[in-house]
Design a protein around this ligand. Structure first.
Ligand SMILES: *[C@@H]1O[C@H](CO)[C@@H](O)[C@H](O)[C@H]1NC(C)=O
Ligand SMILES: *[C@@H]1O[C@H](CO)[C@@H](O)[C@H](O)[C@H]1NC(C)=O
Ligand SMILES: *[C@@H]1O[C@H](CO)[C@@H](O)[C@H](O)[C@H]1NC(C)=O
Ligand SMILES: *[C@@H]1O[C@H](CO)[C@@H](O)[C@H](O)[C@H]1NC(C)=O
Ligand SMILES: *[C@@H]1O[C@H](CO)[C@@H](O)[C@H](O)[C@H]1NC(C)=O
Ligand SMILES: *[C@@H]1O[C@H](CO)[C@@H](O)[C@H](O)[C@H]1NC(C)=O
Ligand SMILES: *[C@@H]1O[C@H](CO)[C@@H](O)[C@H](O)[C@H]1NC(C)=O
Ligand SMILES: *[C@@H]1O[C@H](CO)[C@@H](O)[C@H](O)[C@H]1NC(C)=O
Ligand SMILES: *[C@@H]1O[C@H](CO)[C@@H](O)[C@H](O)[C@H]1NC(C)=O
Length: 478
């Protein structure tokens, strides 16, 4: 088959159209581009040992990225005259930052220093009058002693910092100087040592009325910090990859509150084997991610009356859709990708009638019971990609699903799918037995099947439609 001239023209235009509009400043050795309307100088990953001259005195620059280079020393006037608001110096070997590096009237609001060789916070930070976002994780990289969060400098930044990230694999105590951050909204602790087993209950005291997002990950903590219960406005709490926690570590006292505000909670890879009972103390909870925990059992009591709308449980070793989910009356999105489901049984999905988006991707599902969905009326989108299904499950006959994803499942396309064409709007995926998309098979081939003609008659244009389709090139990768 030969592409038509007009198709080639469309292709050519698509290739020639530039994706980013470069802005016109000298940009020797780096890449300059516009992100939305902001000018960016990207010098990342170039083995640079010094800041290129072009970076200096660039008016009208929003972001400078020097991440992943070999910078060791930031010099006086390296950023002289820049207007940059965002500077990324992460993943270098910076040991020293001269006091005048950022000039006197710096615009910098966001500075990424993570993964460098800083032994203590550089004095130069105190010149950044507008700094609100700072990342000092992994400093000094490959050293035993974590960065000193020096009192005077933390205090100086305390008025403006809103987002702070810290942590080191040898961090063995909660740094008291964080208490200078009285307007903190977003805090991340990433990595700590075996020695830091619990975070003191008063650790978050200084920002208990401002903090909205808390992330604690990759630590050896044994429990959720009790201080979480003191955070009056907390909206999101991510407590992930803390493998020493276990069921006992999700302590109810960390969540008991008169007026809860927490809406999003992740407890990914915390060595949990059951749904924590403590969740019952968070009536405001809407989004829960329990991925990467070997969940053995989800009891009715642990899940009763929760208002969760969005539940994610990837890699949880589950071999059944838990019956207890029946209690989640408001659940609209259930994502159980990467579990061990082999079958989906009678009523499993009918039991959760508000679910609109269901993901069962990458489960070894061989069979979906014809009555699994019942007459579910809410289902909108079902992802059963990369399963062991070989036919489109008849269970869908009683639903009005908009979109079914069958990519990577080896679906045989057959004349039996007469019923399919009347209920599903959109399929993703290819037939295993013919080089066609399932969607095209159902729309173009099925109308010529005897079963279809018997029921609906031969459509006036059915033959011509199939012929035109076969002539066209549009196989979309099947
Ligand atoms: C950086 O240096 C390493 C080896 O020193 C080399 O493999 C790599 O290609 C260099 N990268 C660039 C962007 O020059
Ligand atoms: C800087 O570049 C690195 C590597 O390309 C990238 O990972 C990082 O996200 C960039 N930083 C910003 C602030 O965009
Ligand atoms: C951190 O730095 C301050 C000021 O330089 C010093 O007084 C303090 O002892 C240092 N802390 C540690 C743990 O080294
Ligand atoms: C996870 O919890 C189990 C007990 O439920 C315990 O035997 C195991 O050691 C824990 N794993 C880690 C990494 O702490
Ligand atoms: C919770 O409410 C009780 C009674 O309504 C009150 O005595 C208590 O002080 C409140 N606790 C907090 C932390 O606000
Ligand atoms: C549901 O939760 C997942 C995983 O935590 C998240 O990626 C997704 O954005 C959430 N969806 C909505 C609609 O909140
Ligand atoms: C549900 O699935 C549809 C179709 O795939 C998608 O457009 C939509 O964003 C999904 N909604 C949620 C809440 O994940
Ligand atoms: C279908 O739904 C109705 C209520 O909407 C219910 O009464 C009926 O039992 C359901 N039928 C099946 C087969 O589940
Ligand atoms: C699909 O449902 C209709 C009734 O709505 C029924 O007549 C038909 O036999 C069903 N198809 C299959 C394959 O079960």
């Amino acid at each position: 088959m030969v592409p038509t001239g007009s198709m080639l023209a469309v292709l050519a235009v698509a290739i020639v159209l530039p994706v980013v509009q470069p802005f016109t400043i000298p940009c020797v050795g780096c890449t300059c581009f516009d992100k939305d309307t902001n000018h960016v100088i990207d010098c990342s990953g170039r083995n640079l040992t010094s800041v290129p001259d072009g970076v200096r005195n660039q008016g009208d620059v929003y972001e400078i990225n020097l991440s992943g280079n070999k910078l060791t020393h930031m010099h006086y006037s390296d950023f002289l005259g820049t207007t940059a608001v965002k500077v990324d110096l992460s993943d270098n070997q910076i040991r020293n930052i001269d006091d005048g590096t950022f000039g006197v009237s710096s615009n910098i609001e966001s500075l990424d220093l993570h993964k460098n060789q800083l032994n203590s916070l550089p004095e130069a930070l105190t010149r950044l009058r507008k700094i609100n976002t700072l990342d000092v994780r992994d400093n000094p990289d490959n050293s035993d002693i974590p960065i000193n969060l020096t009192n005077a400098i933390m205090k100086e930044m305390g008025d403006t910092i809103q987002k702070f990230q810290f942590g080191h694999r040898n961090l063995d105590h909660w740094p008291p100087t964080i208490s200078h951050f009285q307007d903190l909204q977003d805090l991340t602790l990433d990595q700590s040592s075996d020695q830091l087993k619990v975070i003191p209950p008063m650790a978050f005291h200084s920002f208990q009325s401002t903090l909205l997002v808390l992330t604690i990950k990759n630590t050896n903590l044994v429990a959720v910090p009790l201080g979480v219960s003191t955070l009056r406005r907390i909206d999101e709490f991510h407590f992930d990859n803390n493998v020493k926690v276990g069921n006992e570590g999700i302590v109810a006292q960390a969540f008991v509150r008169n007026h809860t505000t927490l809406r999003t909670l992740s407890l990914i890879n915390d060595n949990l084997s059951s749904f924590p009972r403590a969740l019952a103390y968070i009536p405001t909870l809407r989004n829960l991610d329990m991925s990467n925990n070997g969940l053995e059992f989800i009891s009715d009591e642990s899940i009763l009356n929760l208002g969760i709308t969005n539940l994610t449980m990837h890699f949880c070793n589950l071999d059944r859709i838990p019956g207890a989910l029946f209690h989640l009356k408001h659940l609209t999105r259930l994502d159980m990708a990467d579990n061990k489901l082999v079958t989906v049984e009678n009523n499993d999905i009918q039991n959760i009638p508000e679910v609109t988006n269901l993901t069962l991707a990458r489960n070894p599902i061989k069979f979906i019971s014809n009555t699994a969905f019942g007459n579910h009326t809410s289902l909108d989108s079902v992802d059963i990609s990369y399963t062991k299904l070989t036919t489109i499950p008849v269970a869908f006959n009683t639903t009005h699903v908009d979109n079914i994803n069958l990519v990577g499942s080896h679906i045989d396309c057959m004349c039996e799918y007469v019923w399919v064409s009347t209920i599903v709007n959109n399929f993703e995926g290819c037939c295993a037995n013919i080089e066609e998309r399932i969607e095209d098979y159902v729309r173009k081939y099925v109308p010529l099947c005897p079963e279809y003609i018997e029921r609906y008659g031969l459509g006036r244009t059915a033959e011509a439609d199939l012929h035109a389709h076969i002539q066209s090139l549009d196989k979309s990768g099947c």
